[in-house]
Design a protein around this ligand. Structure first.
Ligand SMILES: Cc1ncc(COP(=O)(O)O)c(C=O)c1O
Length: 381
């Protein structure tokens, strides 16, 4: 399995004085601590012992009901019985690996892709084929070519504010991707943890809305409530939905009932609707601070993404530059980021790239960190 490269980096960045642009975690001040007591009382009043009892593997029914609303707001029609609750969306990824991947099976992933998905799938021993991307995310022709030339078990995508690039696939490409998936009878796994964190621009419909039979849609409350509660969920086409339940029965029976009850009240009680704009107002100025500092300080030889939301900016240096050595120099000056090569399944790719996160520090700190990082880049590029 191998230790996560990012966890190793996170150990380095916990050193005192270090400014970490490396993590991918929500700011603690984005958690709705002010309502947690009220929410807990409501859960006890409404559900009593039921909030502490064993429950259905598929998910706590009031949460599944509440998620119907949340999915409808994203344009996804669903019945409560179709929604499956997991321990984080990471729980969906592991379950998918377990039920779908036999050793040697081909899984298609964007290049670059979310490292945690690779970690979830690796124990089931797939082989990976990379899909080509550009500034608009997955290139549909690359998907077509890969589906024609490989026996792909499923395609894993993060179409909105992708981790690690922050890129979003525009709606016309989404339609083409959906059409290609339907024509090839392929299964797409659409992982959408960041779609709600939009700072500018109009929302883009999930790919699931264009091809419900071919898309397993996974999402999470980690970035809009609290990741420690571990509430993820998905909508899967049959028969995968049933297999997911069978697999979870053998793993943990169900996700924490109490946490699901909190999540149900958070959504149904209107708290999410009030909290989301607050979260957006924490992150928007941080992202703007990072982008404007990059505009001002980064060398002209670098280019970077300008996402309309999410948690990450992806930067790329000139050909031949080595973000690993830049990382080592930056850490000496108390700034950390993640070298981009870790997000590729093929070795030797992405050596000039880096992922920068802006959720964990205030604007002034971000600005100084980018100025320092730019000095390091200038010295090493
Ligand atoms: C693309 C993506 N998928 C899934 C996850 C897992 O999130 P969680 O298990 O907290 O829902 C993350 C977390 O950062 C992510 O970036």
């Amino acid at each position: 399995m191998g230790a996560s490269a990012i966890r190793e980096i996170l150990k380095v960045v916990s050193a005192p004085g270090m400014v970490s642009l490396a993590g991918g975690i929500p700011a603690p001040e984005s958690f709705p601590l002010d309502i947690m007591e009220e929410l807990t009382s409501r859960v006890i009043r409404r559900f009593g012992a039921g909030a502490f009892q064993y429950d259905l593997t598929e998910g706590f029914p009031p949460l599944r009901e509440a998620l119907v609303e949340l999915l409808a707001e994203r344009g996804i029609p669903a019945e409560a019985e179709q929604i499956y609750v997991t321990s984080g969306s990471q729980g969906v990824l592991d379950a998918i690996g377990k039920i779908l991947i036999a050793p040697g099976d081909v899984v298609a992933v964007e290049a670059p892709t979310y490292l945690g998905a690779i970690q979830a799938f690796n124990p089931y021993e797939p082989t990976y084929v990379e899909l080509q991307t550009d500034a608009d995310g997955l290139i549909p022709e690359s998907l077509e070519e890969v589906l024609e030339s490989h026996p792909v078990k499923f395609v894993y995508l993060v179409p909105t504010f992708q981790n690690p690039t922050g890129r979003t696939i525009p709606v016309d490409r989404r339609r083409r991707i959906a059409e290609i998936a339907v024509r090839h009878d392929a299964l797409l796994v659409e992982d959408d943890p960041y779609g709600a964190l939009r700072y500018r621009g109009a929302p883009v419909p999930p790919i699931r809305t264009f091809a419900p039979e071919n898309v397993l849609y996974a999402s999470t409350l980690s970035k809009v409530f609290a990741p420690g509660l571990r509430i993820g969920f998905c909508l899967a086409p049959p028969p995968i939905d049933r297999w997911l339940v069978l697999s979870k029965q053998g793993v943990d029976l169900h996700t924490s009932t109490f946490n699901q009850a909190l999540a149900a009240e958070y959504i149904a009680g209107g708290y999410l609707k009030r909290q989301l704009p607050r979260i957006v107002e924490i992150y928007r100025p941080r992202q703007e601070a990072m982008l404007s500092a990059m505009d001002q300080f980064f060398p002209d030889s670098f280019s970077w993404s300008r996402p309309e939301g999410g948690m990450f900016i992806w930067a790329e240096g000139p050909e031949g530059s080595d973000s690993d050595s830049m990382y080592r120099e930056a850490v000496k000056r108390n700034v950390a980021f993640v070298p981009g090569r870790h997000f590729y399944t093929e070795p030797g790719k992405g050596l000039a790239t880096m992922r920068l996160n802006y959720t964990m520090s205030g604007e002034a700190v971000i600005r100084r960190a980018i100025e320092t990082l730019a000095e390091v880049l200038r010295a090493s590029a």
